[in-house]
Design a binder for this molecule. Structure first.
Ligand code: ADP
Ligand code: GN1
Ligand code: MG
Length: 374
């Protein structure tokens, strides 16, 4: 979706709906994610300056915000209660803390039909958009692995599906084919190389959905959007502090989370890199990611899941590449863009990364084997 005017977006007005004992001072629009509208809000209380994150949930993407917020409450409550019992952990910083509304709900619904939520700002942190060092990949693996572990005793089906068939690769592929057939914006010709790349790899699409359907791998609670910029890193220690963006945390596969981390932590290039010759999977980043992830998940990951870790990198990069490409063909209606051709660049970058993964597959498999033995 191109950068729209944020009509009806007045965090100052929304602020007064929430149970916050402070006075609104200012807001800043944070343009990091591709989906929601996020604002950093400053307020003055008797304690001094307070900061909050206000978010307008994207209604086009999330059709049932009440269910999404019910998940959000359940997940954060569960993680919080675990952290409270773990010495040395800090629930104020290590999970999102929702601020309720004056009417006692976790969101505010405006007359225009927009859903807003607020949470406490986690200070002294930064995000990483493009991984640069193995330590960051390690931290990402460790943090999302820990997130999965903390939620492992919550039944997967106790959460609502906020976006049905979110990582269902066969459906994503079918959708690409539909967009190609309709070609509503006349962009198919410009995208033909990327389209051929996607179609040549059709056979990988059903591997994980098929394994889930046949019960070969378990359905688990997964975050489902584990890109590196959905982690807050501590400014001093550079350690991962808090997992954010819980909108797609729902039943899924551990492989969806590992795969999306392979996509976003192993290459030193941006998601929309224009020069695809620079896109490459870095083995030291992959090794660090896998080390961090297995440190937290080794005890519960099944052998079959572990066997598919390397493949999951290709699959998730493929699936998200298909989505970028489809959105390009459909006229950039889903992912926020700030320049023309950006979704096609994003798709091309994903596909270049897959090529690199294909070349390094054996090395990646050997790395996982040695980590599983250690
Ligand atoms: P989107 O769904 O659009 O990706 P996110 O939930 O990932 O939105 O949030 C967007 C940005 O807002 C993050 O990248 C981060 O910079 C900031 N942010 C979100 N929650 C917090 C928080 N609790 N404390 C500090 N910063 C936050
Ligand atoms: C979106 O919300 P954000 O920017 O963290 C998208 C993910 C994609 C990602 C690609 C709900 O994530 O699925 O992998 O962009 N989220 C949704 O960068 O579609
Ligand atoms: Mg995000």
């Amino acid at each position: 979706m191109s950068e729209e005017i944020l009509s009806g977006c007045d965090p100052g007005k929304i602020f007064s709906q929430f149970e916050i004992d402070a006075e609104f001072i200012s807001h800043e629009h944070l343009k990091v994610g591709h989906i929601n509208d996020t604002f950093l809000v400053e307020a003055q209380s008797y304690r001094g300056r307070d900061r909050f994150i206000f978010q307008r949930i994207n209604r086009f993407v999330f059709r049932q915000p009440e269910k999404l917020m019910a998940n959000f409450e359940k997940i954060t409550r569960h993680i919080r209660s675990k952290l409270e019992k773990m010495p040395g952990r800090n629930p104020e910083r290590e999970t999102l803390n929702l601020v309720g509304t004056k009417s006692g709900r976790s969101f505010h619904l405006t007359d225009e039909g927009d859903y807003w939520r607020a949470y406490r700002f986690v200070g002294d942190c930064h995000i990483v958009n493009v991984a640069a060092r193995p330590e960051q990949a390690f931290e990402a693996g460790r943090a999302f692995g820990c997130f999965q572990r903390l939620l492992a005793d919550l039944p997967a089906i106790s959460l609502h599906e906020t976006i049905p068939f979110f990582h269902h690769t066969p459906r994503r592929l079918a959708r690409l084919k539909e967009a190609l057939a309709k070609d509503p914006c006349g962009r198919a010709d410009e995208a033909k190389e990327a389209v051929s790349f996607a179609l040549e790899r059709e056979e990988i699409a059903p591997v994980v959905t098929g394994a889930l359907d046949r019960g070969i791998i378990p359905l688990r609670i997964a975050h489902n959007d584990t890109k590196i910029n959905n982690i807050l890193f501590d400014n001093q220690t550079e350690k991962a502090v808090c997992i954010i963006d819980l909108d797609t945390t729902m039943p899924g596969s551990a492989l969806y989370d590992f795969g999306d981390m392979v996509r976003t932590t192993t290459s030193l290039t941006a998601e929309d890199e224009e020069d695809v010759s620079k896109v490459e999977l870095e083995m030291d980043m992959f090794r660090a990611l896998a080390e961090g992830y297995l440190e937290e998940t080794r005890d519960f990951l099944t052998d079959r899941e572990a066997d598919l870790l390397v493949f999951s990198g290709q699959l998730l990069t493929y699936t998200i590449g298909l989505r970028f490409l489809t959105d390009y063909l459909e006229g950039d209606v889903y992912f926020r863009t700030n320049r023309s051709g950006q979704n096609l660049d994003r798709a091309r970058t994903q596909f270049a990364l897959i090529k690199s993964m294909e070349k390094k597959e054996r090395e990646m498999e050997a790395c996982i084997r040695s980590l599983r033995r250690s």
